[in-house]
Write a protein of this length. Structure first.
Length: 443
């Protein structure tokens, strides 16, 4: 029995015992007269939509890898729904949205074990919906962010090492960035940075962390395999597109006109980007592909995220058009380098989130309106977030690797992570094929 599993099991047992001993505050779940039931109904729906994005991402990534890594890739996203949910309840929500400590982080004791989180509204965070619903909505953002990173080191990361990294990333990268940007006293928000639904908090951070991971783990060995299941990719993209309506439109925290505007802009940007990706590929001599359509649609969703509730529908088309072409070129440039970002997380999510944030500084009371300072503030925010995320993420990869080797052995990589990490398989016809794969790996 390996020490790492003893430690992880011990942690979850300790958390459960603390939960039993924590008393519930009287009146925590009594109705609040400031609660708006229409807003509550919409935010419950939006929260469900956002959670659905993580299984969607599982299929989106799972279909892109070779047959011997489908299950492992899907599980790397799916497991985040368990790990991050527990962290969020224990102290993650407090770090992100607890009492402010200097504009950089929240007090971990503010909502420890979801104390004081119930049906009551919060004047600053959730003025018309229960604080517990707001915390649940924000939890889904925290879940999908480390899931996005997994595409960069697909087919070569040790599962237990990834679990440790995910925990550390949530604590030291995601929660601070969420506090900086979305807490009323966060220093980026105080500077005037606009990030409607996570252009820098979710997408730029995950993309930059993915780049750090691809550099740290190095290139995959052996030949590259064709995507195992393109229909999985299409299914995943469709689930992401649907879930993104909750992701963006839900970020208004109300059933109002801003919600409808964000809904409209989200759909328009994704539709535009899907066509632009295909057309741009064809202009460069490629054939229109289902994979390209799926990737393009997701890039459009990423691009509009930081400004979805504020820009006009015409501006959403322009944002999608320009960002998609930039991301398409970024994928091409990445393939010319030695960096093995397996599923193009940085060129799509990272570059898309960065460029979308820059365009937010152009269109949302920024450069387009003659306010150069707003534009420069958004540029500064991008530099700060990317710099912090890369340095801290690389340090966390290094630290995790000291505890548990992050990269699997050459033999395990040759067999595939499905078998070597989970003793499961996708696409093997019978036990004979499995044994044959192991034989070739050893010889």
């Amino acid at each position: 029995m390996k020490k790492r599993w003893i430690i992880l099991m011990t942690l979850i047992v300790i958390i459960s015992l603390i939960g039993v001993l924590m008393p519930e505050n009287p009146g925590l779940w009594e109705p609040d007269e400031r609660m708006n039931t229409a807003n509550v109904a919409w935010m419950i729906t939006a929260t469900i939509f956002v959670l659905m994005m993580t299984p969607g991402l599982s299929f989106f990534y799972g279909g892109m890898v070779g047959k011997k890594n489908v299950i492992s890739t899907i599980l790397q996203s799916f497991i985040a729904m368990g790990v991050v949910s527990v962290i969020w309840v224990v102290f993650g929500f407090s770090l992100a949205f607890g009492d402010d400590c200097g504009g950089f982080i929240g007090n971990p004791a503010s909502f420890f074990m979801f104390q004081h989180v119930g049906a009551k509204t919060d004047t600053y965070l959730a003025p018309t919906i229960p604080l517990a619903l707001y915390a649940l909505f924000q939890m889904k953002f925290a879940i999908i962010t480390p899931s996005l990173i997994t595409g960069s080191f697909a087919e070569r990361v040790r599962f237990s090492g990834y679990l440790i990294f995910m925990i550390l990333f949530c604590i030291f990268v995601y929660c601070p960035l969420a506090h900086w940007t979305w807490h009323p006293d966060g220093f980026l928000r105080q500077m005037g940075v606009v990030d409607f639904a996570g252009g820098i908090v979710v997408h730029a951070s995950s993309g930059v962390a993915a780049l750090a991971g691809a550099i740290f783990l190095g290139r995959r060995s052996g030949k590259r395999h064709a995507p195992a299941n393109i229909p999985f990719v299409i299914l995943g993209a469709a689930m992401l597109w649907l879930g993104w309506f909750g992701f963006n439109a839900g970020s208004s925290l109300a059933a109002d006109g801003i919600t409808i505007k964000a809904f409209l802009n989200t759909n328009t940007a994704s539709a535009t980007a899907m066509m632009v990706w295909i057309f741009f590929d064809c202009l460069r001599g490629r054939k229109p592909s289902a994979l390209g359509a799926a990737v393009g649609a997701v890039v459009g969703l990423v691009a509009i995220t930081p400004s979805a509730g504020y820009v006009t529908v015409g501006e959403s088309i322009f944002i999608a058009l320009t960002t998609t072409m930039v991301c398409n070129v970024a994928v091409y440039w990445k393939n010319k380098t030695s960096v093995d970002d397996a599923l193009d997380v940085f060129p799509t999510h990272g570059v898309g989130g960065i460029f979308g944030t820059v365009l937010t500084g152009v269109f949302v009371n920024g450069l387009f309106a003659g306010n150069v300072s707003v534009f420069l503030i958004h540029l500064l925010a991008v530099v700060l977030v990317c710099g912090y995320t890369f340095i801290v993420s690389y340090a966390l990869y290094w630290l995790t690797n000291k505890m548990i080797p992050l990269r699997v052995s050459a033999r395990s990589e040759a067999i595939g992570l499905d078998l070597s990490q989970h003793d499961e398989s996708y696409g093997y016809a019978d036990e004979g094929e499995r044994e044959l794969a192991e034989y070739h790996a050893e010889n």
